[in-house]
Design a protein around this ligand. Structure first.
Ligand code: X90
Length: 284
């Protein structure tokens, strides 16, 4: 019997452009201004885009992958494990489900499991790493799907934002919340809610207080020293500082730092941090 070709697929909001642990493809989102369209793939100059946007005053928006973009990412795999940005802020999940139906109808026997992360960025990657581990262990399609969905309940996402202008201008947060983040020196700390929306937790004066707030929330939300991924938008210094503060309290924590790609950079904006983490549930 031929070996099954298995693949992990995500939209570009995961901030990954390459993945060593498994066969992988990303479906790009796009960032659109009246001057330019930025495709969020491996060719994008992210810092260039962020700096263009800082001096651009016109309208800007984003668009999710369409069905064909997802089909291109599925390629010719027999089994696809696909994870998307939250369906409550993007059409990416719905497009992926449409692509799954078309793919399975066109290729009887092939299967696609689509998981709505209700989150984005580094929390998506934690799930993808879990999928890759299970693929390496040779678990069945059904087990990988079930355990990936369970694992997603044991991960969370916190963020720190200096500006929420692009989120507000595109209707992803209320203008009232966004106004606070626009104040000089104020950092908004929040989390991905259970519904996959932005939930504000604190307004902090200065980055140092915001980083402390993140460490406290990690503890309250059940982080117990497992994996953490920090994605930053041109703010390596804050990412490193956060890592060292977490390690002071959890010396065994496995923490990695990564750069945001286009979509997360557009919405998190310069200085923003996204923190994906493993957590224990209260009942455990
Ligand atoms: O379909 C599209 O055009 C994409 C829309 C995406 C909108 C939200 C992106 C948020 C990116 C901001 C901080 C973390 C938010 C957590 C949300 C659950 C990053």
């Amino acid at each position: 019997m031929d070996t099954l070709k298995r693949k992990i697929v995500a939209d570009s909001s995961s901030d990954l452009i390459a993945f060593d642990a498994a066969d992988f493809a990303a479906a790009p989102l796009k960032i659109i201004t009246s001057e330019k369209e930025y495709v969020d793939d491996q060719n994008l100059d992210v810092a260039g885009m962020v700096n263009d946007l800082l001096t651009y005053n016109g309208r800007s928006s984003t668009s999710c992958p369409n069905t064909q973009d997802w089909l291109d990412a599925f390629g010719d795999a027999d089994e696809v494990f696909c994870i998307t940005i939250t369906s409550n802020l993007s059409g990416a999940y719905n497009a992926a489900v449409t692509a799954k139906e078309a793919y399975e109808a066109a290729h009887p026997g092939r299967k696609v499991c689509v998981i709505d992360s209700l989150s984005t960025g580094p929390e998506m990657v934690l799930v993808m790493e879990k999928m890759a581990e299970m693929m390496a262990e040779g678990l069945s399609y059904d087990e990988i799907e079930k355990k990936s969905r369970q694992y997603l309940k044991h991960t969370g996402l916190l963020f720190m934002l200096e500006s929420m202008a692009n989120l507000a201008n595109n209707g992803r947060v209320s203008p009232v919340v966004a106004k606070v983040a626009g104040l000089l020196g104020i950092r908004v700390v929040g989390k991905a809610s259970d519904h996959g929306t932005l939930e504000q937790l604190n307004k902090c004066r200065g980055e140092s207080r915001a980083l402390d707030a993140i460490v406290n929330h990690l503890k309250e939300l059940g982080f117990a020293g497992g994996k953490i991924r920090i994605d930053h938008c041109l703010n390596l210094e804050a990412a490193r500082e956060l890592k060292s503060r977490i390690l002071k309290q959890f010396d065994k924590a496995r923490i990695t730092i990564h750069e945001c790609r286009g979509l997360c950079s557009f919405y998190a904006e310069k200085g923003g941090l996204l923190v994906g983490f493993e957590k224990r549930l209260a009942a455990e």
